[in-house]
Design a binder for this molecule. Structure first.
Ligand code: HSE
Length: 294
């Protein structure tokens, strides 16, 4: 049996829309084995127990490239990353699928080739690459080629993920609410802020994190889908947050703290509608882990 563990990821980090992503120690684990025939999928909602399952369709892409035909496949999904929550659940399924299939097909593709394929399937690199390599990743695509850099983060920065039961939408749907064009001044704003944010995270410069984590590309539009966002943001700052950004397309949020009053913030969140909760998370610096013959 093959076991693949993939971390959750927060994409964008405010101004780094489609370019920045960070992996955390929340994991989806997928176990895959060859069986005599057919397809068995366990551990997920009934609606995903079929040939359209994202882990399975991603596996098939590798099988096609490797010209490999398994007799049958059994997949068991242990999910801790909620679907469409803004924490890279689709990316985790895709990454798990391509890495598991590569083991079954005798590792014919390299890690970089698997990354290319996973980004192609997912559409955006900012969740997929940190899910594979861990840590804070800057990525870009130029003439179809993917480039990325892993940036170290100052250890004193504390990250908190905020979740709720707010209605989740697919990223594809949520991208439709974004403008097609942006003003040059907003482009300059995001460019300068995202460059500065990377340095601020590297240095643990909290004043700079606070100034540079603002965004004009997606958060002004997406926050409308997150009921109470402005009040939550205000309270986070009152409780000492240095930043509160939308994780990916939301509705999860990512709080960045030095020393804040987390208990007060937590009590406030627990008093809100929509079952808001907050959890301290550590950066996953490892990325995908594949175990074979277990
Ligand atoms: N960068 C993408 C977006 C990631 O914000 O639409 C989605 O998780």
């Amino acid at each position: 049996m093959i076991r693949v563990r993939v971390p959750a990821t927060c994409a964008n980090l405010g101004p780094g829309f489609d370019a920045l992503g960070l992996a955390f120690n929340i994991y989806n684990t997928v176990e895959v084995q060859k069986i005599h025939s057919g397809l068995i999928i366990e551990g997920c909602d009934k609606k995903y127990k079929n040939e359209n399952n994202l882990v399975y369709t991603s596996m098939n892409k590798v099988f096609q490239l490797a010209n490999y035909k398994p007799s049958g496949i059994k997949i068991n999904i242990k999910s801790n990353i909620k679907e469409s929550s803004g924490l890279g659940s689709s990316s985790s399924c895709i990454v798990a699928g391509v890495f598991a299939a590569n083991e079954i097909a005798n590792s014919r593709l390299t890690k970089v080739e698997l990354m290319d394929l996973a980004v192609k399937i997912e559409g955006h690199p900012d969740n997929v690459i940190p899910a594979i390599y861990g840590g804070l990743i800057i990525s870009m695509i130029d003439e179809g080629k993917i480039y990325f850099k892993k940036i170290s983060i100052d250890k004193k920065i504390k990250f908190y993920i905020l979740t709720s039961d707010l209605q989740k939408c697919s990223t594809k749907e949520l991208r439709k609410s974004l403008p097609k064009y942006i003003l040059l001044k907003d482009g300059v704003f995001n460019l300068s802020h995202s460059l500065m944010l990377v340095e601020a995270l590297r240095d643990g410069d909290f004043d700079l994190i606070e100034a540079s984590s603002k965004d004009r590309f997606h958060e002004p539009f997406r926050k409308k889908n997150i009921k109470g966002y402005d009040e939550i943001y205000k309270k986070a700052m009152e409780c000492g947050a240095k930043a509160l950004v939308i994780s990916g397309a939301g509705p999860a949020l990512l709080g960045i703290f030095n020393d804040g009053n987390i208990d007060e913030f937590k009590n406030y969140l627990h008093g809100l509608e929509n079952s808001w909760d907050i959890k301290k998370c550590d950066v996953d610096d490892v990325g995908v882990i594949v175990e074979n013959n277990i």
